[in-house]
Design a protein around this ligand. Structure first.
Ligand SMILES: [Zn+2]
Length: 449
């Protein structure tokens, strides 16, 4: 009876709300009826939105700002819309913050000078964060309404102020020759036309790019053909910096060619950011003895050409060939014969599946060789027991693929659903209903024994 009361009260509340807010209620109604009559139930945008949310369960963006850029809360709006959990601090709190707690960090545009002074005083802290595998999304449009000016991006990249009303999508490697072709494929600008314009589409352009020795991807340029959106790695290839002088916060939510750039950027950063993995900290054993970073995130249906729109049903962890692989839990081998480590069938079928005693889920260890345990079904495996070695990768980038499945379906399937990837047409809902989970969020949320 109690539940019925609650439902009745909620229903009355909704009726009252619908009288108070007729437009909002009718908009919600139309969304619901659309989603129930279309198939597949999720479009690509919704699917990606849920993929971002799933891969970030547990937290993990940090937004640093002293004031709202251009007096708009568009960054918070976009983070909320992607379902991304985040904290906000101001620049005086940078000194006391533990940046390593966060998967990625956003610096807002258009901050006062004290903000950039405080950032600059702690710049070594950001460099350390990047060396530990962090991702920095630096919104670098300055000298706006707050008049502040930033100093340097990690690595020493500087900028010159030059407002420009027209930008072009460039999307090519900085260090390639002048025959560069326009690709317009970078996810940050994929849905945009080129050129695109705004009253001040960009506030400044990057300079001194040659201080970064790794490739810098230039994604947009201003009317003088100077770089305004860039992406580069930092810290021995572990950290990633994505920076733009485009006025993305201002144009989000406005009727503008640039309105999709902020959500595209945050989505891209969220899917591409990689965190140092700490299985032991989550209560499990580490599968590798080296520092572990995600080289390919869970799902990621949009960004990896290799998968041809198929979703990636696990995470990849970079590792050297023949690195020992350990079981993260106590359990037993399942799925014979499909869990047989069979090098003759190629990397995708060189896998071993272990059912964990605690948590009622199976772990798929992929791209492995030289098994150290019997592959017979039911063979007991101890936590932290070596089970195999990392196999040489087909394309030279050897890694351990680690998948988690909460159903028994994994055991008997082939190269789709049963191992590394979904069929190309799979929806997020289908991925979930087949039992696949993001290992990072799943293992963090389900502490080991
Ligand atoms: Zn993989």
């Amino acid at each position: 009876m109690k539940n019925v009361d609650v439902i009745a009260k909620n229903h009355l509340f909704l009726v009252a709300m619908s009288l108070l807010l007729p437009t909002i209620t009718s908009a919600a109604d139309s969304v619901e009826s659309n989603s129930s009559t279309t198939f597949p139930p999720y479009n690509k945008q919704q699917q990606l939105q849920m993929a971002v949310a799933e891969s970030l369960t547990g937290g993990t963006a940090l937004l640093i700002q002293d004031v709202h850029p251009w007096q708009t809360n568009s960054i918070e709006t976009v983070l909320d819309s992607w379902g991304i959990d985040y904290d906000i601090i101001n620049s005086t709190s940078i000194a006391g913050a533990t940046l390593e707690d966060y998967k990625f960090i956003i610096i807002a545009s258009d901050q006062p000078q004290t903000f950039y002074d405080n950032y600059n005083a702690e710049k070594e802290k950001f460099a350390t964060y990047l060396r530990n595998g962090g991702t920095l999304e630096f919104h670098a449009a300055d000298q706006g309404w707050q008049s502040g000016r930033w100093y340097r991006l990690p690595g020493g990249i500087t900028h010159e102020h030059h407002s420009d009303s027209s930008n072009t999508i460039y999307d090519d490697d900085f260090d390639s020759d002048n025959t560069a072709t326009l690709r317009n494929k970078h996810p940050i600008v994929a849905s945009m036309r080129t050129p695109f314009s705004g009253s001040s589409a960009s506030h400044g352009h990057f300079s001194n790019l040659n201080v970064i020795r790794s490739n810098i991807l230039i994604i947009t340029r201003d009317g003088q053909n100077l770089p305004t959106t860039i992406e580069y790695s930092y810290g021995g290839g572990k950290g990633r910096v994505i920076a733009t002088t485009n006025t993305i916060e201002f144009y989000y939510g406005r009727n503008s060619e640039m309105k999709s750039m902020l959500p595209n950027l945050i989505e891209y950063t969220a899917l591409k950011s990689k965190m140092k993995l700490d299985f032991e900290g989550w209560g499990w054993s580490n599968p590798l003895t080296t520092d572990m970073y995600v080289s390919q995130v869970f799902l990621d249906p949009k960004y990896d050409l290799y998968f041809n729109d198929k979703a990636h049903l696990g995470i990849d962890i970079g590792a050297s060939v023949n690195a020992p692989v350990f079981s993260i839990c106590k359990g037993h081998v399942v799925g014979s014969p499909s869990s047989v480590v069979d090098d003759s069938k190629g990397a995708f079928l060189a896998r071993l599946t272990v059912q964990c005693d605690t948590g009622n889920f199976a772990i798929v260890y992929g791209h492995i060789t030289n098994p150290k345990v019997s592959l017979a079904e039911g063979t007991p495996v101890d936590e932290n027991q070596q089970i195999a070695e990392v196999r040489a990768g087909a394309s030279g980038n050897s890694h351990l693929h680690l998948g988690i499945n909460v159903t028994g379906e994994v055991y008997f399937k082939g190269t789709t659903w049963g191992f590394g990837q979904s069929p190309a047409t799979a929806t997020f809902q289908q991925v979930m209903s087949h039992g696949w989970r993001d290992p990072v969020s799943y293992l963090r949320a389900n502490n080991g024994p």
